[in-house]
Ligand binder design. Structure first.
Ligand code: FAD
Ligand code: MG
Length: 318
């Protein structure tokens, strides 16, 4: 009996039980991880711990996040930040420059003014928009690497960082790194609709299939089924967070040039690429700038696939 008992402990400790896909509420949205046969309790816990840690550092909805502390000290002093926050801020400034600020990491004052997706959402007065718009220049975000001690400073007291358009993509890439380290064979990561398909789908090496929602009617068939070996599919659209007033739809993707929700004649943009951080930021940037922007070329990214759905429902791909 003793041997049997020992054997059971031995057996259970080296081949942990595989658990069903797991879901948690992080980043203000529903996040689901599916590691299939490699999905042990401890691996799911390790990955959700990572996601919660990223949320704690980057969320503008958390008073003591690193980003909130930089925002709180705007116009006052530089703030010491972690390497990961520094690197995301540095990448965000670079993407803002290459996308002519269609993606802009310091739109916080406009985002807070419109408050879209919260109970305070409203159409601000023109004067309020004009005033907030003056404080959305990424040049006022100064980053300093002092021999491995990282600082971020907002030199304009009214400029505010908001990384809602890039951090979920960054977080998906961080989970991919853990899966690579843990030799996971295949996985699907879904962070509030930001998808990452990882590893070989099946023995026949079929491609993963990811459906892109119809932004005009999310209950209907997908407008496109994307086939890919691995990588990320991220969509930004005017149907995710919005309100309608006097027949006008005000959504959550702001054009820094007008200070108002972007009017690019698009209902959604999906970006397919191997790094989810670029998918996330570019989906927002293309939604603001429109179909003709060539941001993937300006960023020197190869093999980026784009799916634009216009407001009339027509689909443009490249
Ligand atoms: P995307 O297009 O990817 O991003 C749009 C979001 O980015 C907007 O909501 C705004 O925040 C910002 N933005 C708007 N226009 C631009 C632009 N031109 N350039 C750059 N950024 C822009 N939501 C909650 O309701 N509660 C929470 O507690 C909460 N916590 C979060 C914590 C983190 C770390 C992150 C990353 C997000 C969190 N969110 C939360 C969600 C966040 O508020 C955004 O609404 C969400 O990330 C939008 O993602 P999206 O894919 O819908 O749109
Ligand atoms: Mg985005």
């Amino acid at each position: 009996m003793l041997i049997l008992f020992a054997f059971c402990i031995l057996f259970s400790s080296c081949t942990q039980m595989v658990s069903a896909p797991q879901t948690e509420y992080v980043f203000g949205t529903v996040c689901t991880l599916n590691f299939f046969d490699d999905g042990t309790e401890s691996l799911y816990e390790e990955c959700f711990l990572e996601l919660r840690g990223i949320d704690d550092k980057f969320s503008v909805n958390k008073e003591y996040s690193e980003i909130s502390l930089v925002n709180k000290n705007a116009g006052l002093k530089k703030v010491s930040v972690s390497r990961e926050v520094f690197e995301v801020l540095e990448l965000s400034k670079m993407i803002a420059e290459k996308t002519d600020m269609a993606f802009n990491p310091v739109l916080g004052s406009l985002i807070k003014l419109w408050a879209i997706g919260t109970e305070r959402q409203r159409v601000p007065e023109i004067e309020e928009i004009e005033s907030a718009r003056q404080h959305c220049n990424p040049d006022s975000l100064v980053l300093q690497n002092d021999d491995g001690i990282f600082y971020a400073e907002l030199t304009d007291s009214k400029t505010q960082i908001d990384l809602g358009a890039i951090v979920k993509g960054y977080a998906a890439d961080r989970i991919v790194k853990i899966l690579e380290k843990r030799n996971v064979k295949k996985a699907v990561i879904d962070l509030g609709g930001n998808i990452y398909v990882f590893g070989q789908k099946d023995r026949q090496n079929n491609k993963w299939k990811v459906g892109i929602k119809n932004p005009l009617n999310q209950d209907s068939e997908p407008v496109k089924i994307v086939s890919l070996d691995y990588g990320s599919v991220v969509t930004s659209g005017n149907y995710e967070r919005f309100f309608v007033e006097n027949g006008i739809r005000y959504h959550h993707i702001i054009d820094g040039k007008t200070g108002s929700p972007a009017e690019s004649n698009l209902a959604s943009v999906s970006v397919i690429y191997k790094e989810s951080v670029f998918c996330d930021a570019l989906a927002t940037a293309f939604f603001v700038a429109g179909v003709d922007a060539d941001f993937e070329r300006k960023l020197g990214l190869q093999d980026v696939q784009l799916v634009f759905v216009k407001k009339d429902g027509s689909v443009v791909e490249r």
